[in-house]
Ligand binder design. Structure first.
Ligand SMILES: Nc1ncnc2c1ncn2[C@@H]1O[C@H](COP(=O)(O)OP(=O)(O)OP(=O)(O)O)[C@@H](O)[C@H]1O
Ligand SMILES: [Mg+2]
Length: 498
């Protein structure tokens, strides 16, 4: 018997014009968390997709549970005991939670009719086991991303899998939900299940990994026990170059007020929010997931209709009813959820970069200029794509995010609102995006940066406004930034905060 539940060797995967995997290996022991690390586009998701039958590998060998396998479909892999929670979730939005959970294996009544009652009961039984509070009859599309993710995790667990693959599972979970996920992972380990974990969050990786394998640009770099590795070591294995300053906040003069928000309200998530934003300033927005930061941004940008309050731009009140109004006022918003808002999957990388800026390219479209713009950003923030004309859906998750960042930077706004700009982005590119943001502030733009990563928001901001349950609970100047004070405001506990 092998000590490994999974041995992948010499795996090659070629797409037309792209050699995504150039002969990589992965050996996973049962009952452990094995983390895959590598920059955006290194091939992590592709390797997993080859394992579970979404892609057919070009060559190589996969031995699972002592036998050579070649799954032809996700269903084959699932039935053999390998399940995957994807980076971009793909639940069926119009169906109920129970239907999603038991998709393709719903209990039947008298062997013919779907037994919805049984599906409901079985869902509740699973949720009890996992401690998840979701109504099995709720429509999938009405859940928060976090809940959807937990349902997907429940689904994986329900198959009694021997291997559960999690591709960036925590990207939209709150801290409490992350803790919950880690408990589930511990339980799975005790049952001898192997977890293959993909994440860009260093702290989290070192907390839960037993082993780490690093990939770079489609090649295998190495594997070691997590306890033998340090963050610096992993980073240098990943990027093969030095990553210097993570949060290069360049001090720059702060000018007059550009945007003034007064008592802005929208439903339960935005309550009497007031703040001012200055030229050259990076205003961080901190808070727990669900604090109302995204909703505030969406209300300013005209995605949501405000119930009350006023917005002034350069001293003049403006009335924004739609994103078009906002763009016309030179306000831009980079949204946090790239799947729902923003990615035009079938269209090229260059169109995805240029789309918010069509005026610039005129009519008929000046393709040359659009391509030049796209190439500039592809180079600047290292978007890994075979060509500007590649459909964006062929890019890795992190590289799609970089395309969206480029789109909004290119609109040359006066006010730039960026929501979780570096989520899912690898360390190297993170530093590049940070320095771009700093540079924009230096050029006199006013920037609101929503971020759930404390080091990022503390490193980059001039001031931080903290929200809790739709309200602004604190505004801090740079000299007062401490993790404790931000967390206190973020949890709504404003006692003892200096
Ligand atoms: N369907 C496809 N067609 C063409 N190329 C593809 C396709 N899927 C992936 N690729 C390419 O394969 C390479 C590896 O992508 P992959 O998604 O595996 O990266 P990743 O390591 O998961 O990155 P990330 O951290 O950004 O999620 C990328 O260069 C990507 O452009
Ligand atoms: Mg990926």
């Amino acid at each position: 018997m092998s000590e490994y539940i999974l041995e992948m060797t010499d795996i090659v995967k070629e797409f037309p014009g792209v050699r995504a995997l150039k002969g990589v290996q992965l050996k996973v022991r049962p009952g452990t968390v094995h983390t895959l690390m590598g920059e955006n586009g290194a091939g992590k998701s592709t390797l997993m997709n080859c394992l579970i039958g979404i892609y057919q590998k070009t060559s190589g060998k996969i031995v699972y549970d002592g036998q050579e396998v070649n799954f032809k479909s996700v269903k084959d892999a699932l039935e053999a005991g390998i399940s995957m929670i994807h980076q971009e979730l793909s639940p069926v939005p119009e169906r109920t939670v129970a239907q999603n959970l038991w998709l393709g294996r719903l209990p039947l009544k008298n062997k013919i009719f779907l037994d919805h009652k049984a599906a409901y009961d079985k869902s509740i039984e699973m949720f009890e086991k996992i401690g998840l509070d979701v109504d099995p009859n709720a429509k999938m599309k009405d859940l928060t991303v976090a809940k959807m993710q937990m349902v997907e995790i429940t689904k994986a667990v329900s198959y009694n899998s021997k291997i559960v693959i999690m591709d960036e599972p925590t990207s939209s979970l709150t801290d409490a939900e992350v803790e919950h996920l880690f408990q589930i992972i511990d339980e799975l380990k005790k049952k001898n299940v192997a977890i293959i974990y993909i994440s860009h969050k260093m702290e989290e990786i070192f907390r839960i990994s037993d082993e780490i394998s690093v990939f770079r640009d489609g090649t295998y770099i190495g594997t070691d026990l997590a306890e033998n590795l340090t963050m610096d070591k992993v980073v240098s294995m990943m990027v093969g170059r030095e990553v210097t300053d993570m949060f290069p906040k360049v001090p720059c003069p702060i000018g007059e007020t550009v945007l003034k928000v007064e008592n802005l309200s929208c439903g339960r998530m935005v309550k009497n929010v007031s703040f001012e934003l200055h030229k050259g300033e990076i205003l961080g927005m901190a808070g727990l997931v669900g604090a109302g930061r995204t909703e505030t941004a969406e209300t300013i940008f005209g995605i949501r209709k405000k119930d009350g309050g006023r917005i002034y731009l350069n001293g003049k009140e403006i009335d924004i009813k739609s994103p078009e109004d906002a763009i016309a006022n030179r306000i831009a918003l980079l949204t946090e959820d790239r799947r729902g808002n923003g990615i035009l999957g079938l269209l090229s990388v260059e169109t995805n970069i240029g789309i918010a800026n069509m005026k610039r390219y005129g009519f008929p479209l000046n393709h040359k200029l659009m391509r030049a713009d796209a190439n500039e950003y592809i180079e600047k923030i290292r978007i890994k794509t075979p060509s500007p004309r590649t459909p964006i859906k062929n890019l890795s998750g992190g590289n799609q995010q970089k395309v969206l960042v480029s789109r909004w930077l290119l609109t040359d706004p006066d006010v730039l609102i960026i929501d979780e700009p570096t989520r899912g982005i690898d360390v190297g590119a993170k530093a590049e995006i940070h320095s771009l943001i700093s540079k924009l502030a230096g050029e006199g733009k006013a920037i609101i940066m929503i971020s759930s990563e404390l080091p990022e928001v503390m490193g980059m901001s001039d001031r931080i406004i903290v929200m809790h349950e739709g309200e602004v609970t604190g505004i801090l100047g740079r000299e007062d930034f401490t993790a404790e004070s931000i967390l206190k405001f973020a949890t709504g506990d404003d006692t003892n905060v200096k």
